[in-house]
Structures are given as structure tokens and as C-alpha cells.
Design a protein around this ligand. Structure first.
Ligand SMILES: [Zn+2]
Length: 212
């Protein structure tokens, strides 16, 4: 997940001088000549996408959560450690949590199906239209685990198990995991959103990492 974890590059953490940081765009945190703020093509999937970002994850130059948020016009990017429940997270009075799912990746025992949905009792759900909102945890593997245990209400949502065949475009610590942009793009495509949306996100992610 920028998801589980793409941020530990084999080369180790990126150390930047203050001088270099000061030349970064204040909004997207990219070097000024690589700023993507004015180049985004926005899409509006039918499902709402919420990115829960661990506070220590934001601002990393290779993190794709902000890009994902900017590409998906109806998405939310929430930085923090815990929220009381889904309604609190969404600032809504009531939310039908049975229509929401959390993206989930595992490294072993991956199914043939690219994407599977399980309800809170781990029962498979065939009807993908049940899902109207998806949540993705953005952080290292350890940070994502922290987000899980700090937000026990996540266990009441559906689990959207992603089983990507192709590896991430970025070198990942754990095989089978994707960056946040890739994971969301993958999930949207396999949940049946209009192809142009997931592909549009992935295209812009490819450009984003090529900029480096
Ligand atoms: Zn920018």
C-alpha cells in the first residue's frame, strides 16, 4: 500500500537537503519541474474512494496517495491514525457500512480471480455492485497494520481481496503488493468501473514515476 509497502526502496530512505526541499511544489511535494498539479486529468468513478494515510507516510516523494486523490475527483485523502467509525471518517450522520470495502493484499495463497469480495463473516460476495465505497490504507506494511488495529470498525466492512498478477512498477519490499495508485486503479477496473477510469489513473501513475 504505498499500500503495503512500497516506500521502502531497496536503496534505502531518500535523504534530501533542505535546499532541495525548498524547491518542491508546496502542494504535490514534487520538484518544481516535475510538479503534476496542473497536468492532472480527473475522473469520477461511481464508487467513492477513501485513502487513509498514516501520518508518517505523507510527503514521501514516491508516495502516490496524493496523485490518486487528485485524479479521482470524488475521493478523500485522510491523514491520521484513528477515526471512531466510518460515519466519523466521512463526516456523515449515517453510513451503510455494508456497502463499503477495504482493499486487502496478501502475499501467499493468492486466488486465480483478480479480485474477490468477502463480507465481515468472511463469506464470499459475488455481486460487485454491493460495494459503493472503497478504503485503502496508505503506509508501510507496519503502518497499515497500525491503522487496522487503531480502527477496529474496518473489520465490519467488506474485504476486497486484490490478487494482481503483474508486479508493481516500483520495486516493492513484499511481492504481490502495489502502490496506492496501482492498487486503486486495479480495484476500480476489477470492480467493473468504466475502463477509462482505472486505466486513466494507472497512466498518470506511470508518468508520475517516470518523472523521477
Ligand atoms: Zn505541484
Amino acid at each position: 500500500m504505498d499500500i503495503i509497502n512500497q516506500n521502502k526502496m531497496a536503496s534505502g530512505p531518500v535523504v534530501e537537503k533542505e535546499e532541495a526541499l525548498s524547491r518542491r511544489c508546496a502542494e504535490c511535494r514534487q520538484p518544481a519541474d516535475n510538479c503534476f498539479c496542473g497536468k492532472i486529468k480527473t475522473f469520477f468513478p461511481s464508487r467513492k474512494v477513501v485513502i487513509l494515510q498514516h501520518p508518517r507516510e505523507g510527503g514521501k516523494p514516491l508516495n502516490s496517495a496524493l496523485l490518486t486523490h487528485k485524479v479521482l475527483g470524488n475521493s478523500l485523502l485522510k491523514v491520521g491514525l484513528s477515526w471512531r467509525n466510518l460515519a466519523h471518517l466521512l463526516h456523515e450522520k449515517e453510513v451503510d457500512q455494508s456497502r463499503w470495502g477495504v482493499l486487502f493484499f496478501k502475499k501467499d495463497d493468492i486466488s486465480e480471480k483478480p479480485l474477490e469480495i468477502f463480507d465481515r463473516h468472511k463469506k464470499p460476495v459475488e455481486d460487485k455492485t454491493v460495494i459503493t465505497g472503497i478504503i485503502i490504507l496508505d503506509g508501510t506494511w507496519k503502518q497499515a497494520k497500525t491503522l487496522w488495529w487503531r480502527n477496529p470498525w474496518l473489520l465490519k466492512l467488506h474485504r476486497i481481496q486484490c490478487n494482481p498478477r503483474a508486479p508493481s512498477l516500483r520495486k516493492q519490499v513484499i511481492k504481490g503488493y502495489l502502490s496506492t495508485a496501482e492498487a486503486v486503479g486495479f480495484a476500480l477496473i476489477h470492480l467493473g468501473e468504466e475502463g477509462a477510469i482505472g486505466e486513466g489513473l494507472l497512466d498518470q501513475y506511470r508518468r508520475f514515476i517516470r518523472l523521477r
